[in-house]
Design a protein around this ligand. Structure first.
Ligand SMILES: Cc1cc2nc3c(=O)[nH]c(=O)nc-3n(C[C@H](O)[C@H](O)[C@H](O)COP(=O)(O)OP(=O)(O)OC[C@H]3O[C@@H](n4cnc5c(N)ncnc54)[C@H](O)[C@@H]3O)c2cc1C
Length: 546
């Protein structure tokens, strides 16, 4: 009987999983997950996310059990573990999805490729839905994405036969993986839980989602992000479930569905950008922003991390992130206000912020997190000059995101006695710090700086010469702050799989296609246009600022 090893990574599900389905049709399967120290000890790895992942693995094992199989767990470097497992099980080779989340994973997969080839062993890579190897312009990708989402889901295999003699390690606990819990509540990690979340959203929240997205206290979003990060549910299944759901002819629900599907597409789009340009994990999109350098002040960084800036909306977000890992309670808008404060107003390198987020977010996903950070810092979509988004963290933030002050009062109880209209700039209060910066001054300094930096490339037809290149040194950001396993990064300019775009070899058409990934698109109104539409109802105005 044929035997195939199916290597799970961030695709911890049995449904809509092509490698598993095809392997099961070939014969026996060895479904394996490898606890990889390089990832467990990456500076951006957070304990809460590892705890969630362990729960996903527990449920994946149970789901495989229902199909007659089980999950085989191993620990070590996959480049050593997998060839050994192939030999031990006499499997013909490995089926797996490609993964473009991190440079580390792409270095590992290139090494694995080489080691397997040297031993005449095979690996077959599958493209995850919504991932493309070739460069295409963003509008075409967007169109293709909808076609891809409409493809039938791959069914779960009817049976998974795992050879009886293949043994698995025990599922480790968090301490055995080198982490300890920091009191963040961990949601259940399973396909069933993700499906329940989505159903609950459709039944109870869809009529308000679009309208209350900016209010963290409304907790109106789906809560799917950690599940999507680990691939416990496929984005395609989410999209099809939403499209099938009854909208009851309600325009509000239709609008919410549309908005949610767009957001799912944005997430995939960020991964695709990383596929083209893995350097985005370590660098700003345009070289000039890193060449000019950033400010850094450890005391201010600490104040920002611990919610001691004197700006209640920022401090509430800071404390919420540390206490909850952001799950459901730290929505897009509060993440954006919080991040903009560090990079724009304090002028600090966005990578310090992205690092802190990744160490705490349960849904921490490198392409989304790093790209969002870079976007909020104004160093990505800036060919369009209007795209300077510096959030005002004072009363404007309270009025637009927390008009009743519920979020702030929950996380900054020192201010619970104040009315909402004082929460933007609270009067001196015992136990609560004075503001650590002057908003107007710092904002205008940043706007000036960004405009000067952008001048360098803003009027060029071809921006590719100005983009940051893949660095030779791939050491992750943050290794000097947190003990990490980084032997893999010792090689200069390592090979990557999938390979990155070679920016210096693009033809004119490719340069122009690439540019479309980094400009604002038609369906996103520029701040100027939003102002012109100010005759809209307050609800509509507020939403356009998302
Ligand atoms: C600085 C910053 C860092 C962020 N870091 C992450 C991160 O590490 N992981 C992460 O999943 N999201 C991140 N986001 C995006 C967004 O805040 C979260 O996706 C959302 O809060 C997750 O909750 P949800 O699944 O309930 O959201 P829902 O609104 O229900 O969205 C469903 C899914 O759509 C996708 N999505 C939603 N909003 C966005 C967005 N703005 N950009 C890209 N994809 C989106 C996500 O996959 C999300 O799970 C970040 C945003 C900012 C501003």
């Amino acid at each position: 009987m044929n035997r195939t090893l199916v290597w799970f990574r961030r695709d911890l599900r049995i449904y809509d999983h092509e490698p598993l389905y095809r392997a099961a049709r070939r014969g026996a399967v060895i479904p394996v997950f490898v606890f990889d120290r390089a990832l467990l000890k990456h500076p951006e790895t957070g304990a809460a996310r590892v705890a969630f992942m362990v729960d996903c693995l527990r449920h994946l094992h149970q789901d495989l059990r229902h199909l007659g199989g089980r999950l085989i767990l191993r620990s070590g470097n996959p480049v050593d573990v997998l060839p050994r497992l192939i030999r031990e099980t006499q499997a013909e080779g490995i089926y797996s999805y490609t993964d473009c989340e991190r440079i580390y994973g792409r270095v590992r997969d290139a090494n694995l490729h080489r080691v397997l080839a040297a031993q005449q062993m095979k690996i077959r890579w599958f493209e995850p839905p919504a991932s493309r190897s070739e460069l295409m312009a963003y509008p075409r990708y967007r169109q293709w994405w909808y076609q891809e989402m409409a493809m039938p889901l791959v069914p779960a295999p009817s049976w998974v036969e795992v050879p009886a003699e293949v043994v698995s390690d025990e599922l480790p606990d968090l301490e055995q993986l080198g982490h300890s819990l920091d009191d963040k509540p961990i949601p259940i990690g399973s396909t069933q839980a993700a499906r329940r979340q989505l159903q609950q959203f459709l039944a109870e929240k869809a009529d308000r989602y679009y309208w209350q997205l900016s209010y963290p206290s409304a907790e109106i979003t789906t809560g799917l992000s950690p599940h999507i990060k680990f691939g416990v549910i496929s984005v395609r299944e989410c999209v099809q479930t939403i499209q099938r759901a009854d909208d009851r002819g309600d325009r509000r629900i239709q609008r919410s569905y549309h908005q949610l599907i767009s957001r799912l597409r944005w997430g995939n789009g960020f991964t695709q950008r990383f596929r083209y340009l893995p350097q985005l994990e370590l660098r700003s999109l345009y070289k000039i922003f890193d060449d000019d350098g950033w400010d850094f002040d450890e005391d201010l960084y600490q104040a920002w991390q611990h919610g001691q800036t004197g700006f209640p909306m920022v401090d509430a977000a800071a404390r919420c992130l540390q206490a909850t890992g952001g799950y459901l309670s730290l929505n897009f808008r509060s993440r954006a206000i919080y991040s903009s404060f560090l990079s724009n107003l304090l002028g600090m390198d966005w990578r310090y912020g992205a690092l802190h987020f990744m160490r705490h977010l349960i849904d921490g996903d490198c392409p989304i997190d790093h790209y969002q950070w870079a976007m909020q810092s104004g160093v990505t979509h800036c060919v369009d000059k209007t795209w300077t988004r510096i959030y005002n963290p004072q009363q404007v933030a309270v009025d637009r995101c927390d008009p009743e002050g519920l979020f702030i009062k929950h996380w900054v109880p020192e201010l619970a006695h104040l009315p909402p209209e004082q929460l933007g700039t609270p009067p001196p209060t015992k136990g609560y710090p004075e503001p650590i910066l002057d908003y107007r001054q710092t904002r205008s300094r940043r706007v000036q700086q960004l405009e000067q930096q952008r001048e360098k490339f803003l009027h060029s037809d071809n921006v590719v010469p100005y983009l940051g290149r893949m660095p030779k040194n791939v050491m992750p950001f943050g290794v000097e702050r947190y003990p990490s396993e980084t032997d893999w990064a010792a090689t200069e300019a390592p090979n990557l799989f999938p390979t990155a775009l070679e920016l210096d070899n693009l033809d004119a058409q490719q340069c122009s296609d690439l540019r479309t990934w980094f400009v604002a698109h038609g369906n996103i109104a520029s701040p100027k246009k939003r102002k012109q539409k100010s005759s809209d109802s307050p609800d509509l105005q507020q939403l356009r600022l998302l």
